[in-house]
Ligand binder design. Structure first.
Ligand code: AFP
Length: 327
């Protein structure tokens, strides 16, 4: 509400939409915390549009977020990483916002009780009421996001978000069922302590990517100091650690993922807005993630994100390689 007062033209709809997302997060958090006690672990037997096996908790989270916003009159269309097509809200209930989300990121970590998360991205609709909501509302570049953030289901449940006025973190107090402001105005260090990357892909990387990861591992005798390695395999958890303590996360292009593995709309763009609002940077190696104009709902992108100077170093090396015309 305080942030809303910074916008005299605000109607309260965005605050209420963020609150709808918080409600969904509380319901998902309760299910995650009891997952081992209820029949919600394991696969659901279905594959999502990217061919990943959908976990039961994925499906639960997907429905929970959708149900929390579908009939509020605040949203006109929702698109989920788990669904092939976006869901257009009933015409008479269409609001001015667009919600894009990854209902449960890191789902392969669910059954082994490792931190997972929900990522969300909010845009203003671009279609008119007459025209009706469509993919066009979803396919907007990241810099046009009105708000973005994530919920981390870790040792505690945390909400971290930005509406363009800095990045703020809240911790869920389960005794009162409320998110309390625990990390106001998060800033990420310009140089990080950690590098986070799946090094089992080493032989699938280009020489430039190997040089960058090598520099973070051993230092490069100059600008880059050696860092400590940390990799959880849940983007939200790896990103959050690096945001708070300083670090760089990389999921570069590789021979097995020529376009990268992570989804632009549901993972890269929302986290890019958060990190840039905290003083960090996000790139695909050649351009800012926030400047990429999406062409497909499930488009993937290489992602290098985190502490400003570390990302700048990686972009210099990877960008230079990309600039060399292929023979
Ligand atoms: P899942 O949702 O299939 O577990 O994938 C998680 C993820 O999208 C992201 O959270 C991780 O950073 C990345 O994939 C892990 O991928 P690798 O297992 O290839 O390292």
């Amino acid at each position: 509400m305080e942030q809303e007062r910074l916008h005299p033209e605000a109607t309260g709809e965005l605050s209420n939409l963020l609150y709808d997302i918080c409600l969904a997060a509380k319901i998902i958090s309760r299910q995650v915390r009891r997952a081992g006690l209820t029949d919600i672990l394991g696969g659901s037997g279905t594959l999502n549009v990217s061919g990943d096996l959908q976990q039961k908790l994925d499906m639960f989270a997907n429905e929970t977020v959708r149900n929390a916003v579908q009939h509020t009159g605040r949203v006109c269309i929702t698109a989920s990483e788990e669904d092939e097509a976006p869901l257009v809200c009933p015409r008479e209930e269409q609001g001015k916002y667009v919600l894009l989300y990854d209902p449960l990121d890191g789902s392969t970590n669910i059954d082994v009780n490792v931190s997972i998360g929900t990522i969300f991205s909010i845009h203003r609709r671009v279609t008119g009421q007459q025209e009706g909501a469509s993919d066009r509302d979803c396919l907007q570049p990241g810099y046009r996001q009105t708000a973005a953030g994530y919920i981390l289901y870790g040792s505690s449940t945390m909400l971290v978000y930005t509406t363009g006025q800095g990045v703020h973190g809240f911790t869920l107090d389960p005794t009162i069922g409320e998110f309390l402001l625990s990390h106001p105005s998060i800033r990420t260090p310009a140089v990080g302590r950690y590098y986070s990357v799946n090094e089992s892909n080493w032989n699938r990387w280009s020489p430039a990517v190997q040089r960058v990861v090598g520099a973070f591992k051993n230092g490069d005798g100059g600008a880059v100091q050696a860092k400590n390695a940390r990799y959880i395999g849940s983007l939200v958890a790896d990103f959050h650690r690096n945001l708070i303590s300083g670090g760089i996360f990389l999921y570069p292009a590789a021979t097995n993922y020529p376009q990268g593995k992570l989804r632009l709309l549901y993972e890269a763009a929302p986290l890019a807005l958060v990190v840039e609002q905290a003083g960090g940077r996000a790139t695909d190696g050649c351009r800012s993630i926030l400047d990429i104009v999406p062409e497909d709902l499930h488009q993937k992108t290489p992602l290098v994100i985190g502490s400003r100077d570390d990302v700048a170093f990686a972009a210099r090396v990877i960008g230079a390689e990309a600039a060399v015309p292929a023979k």
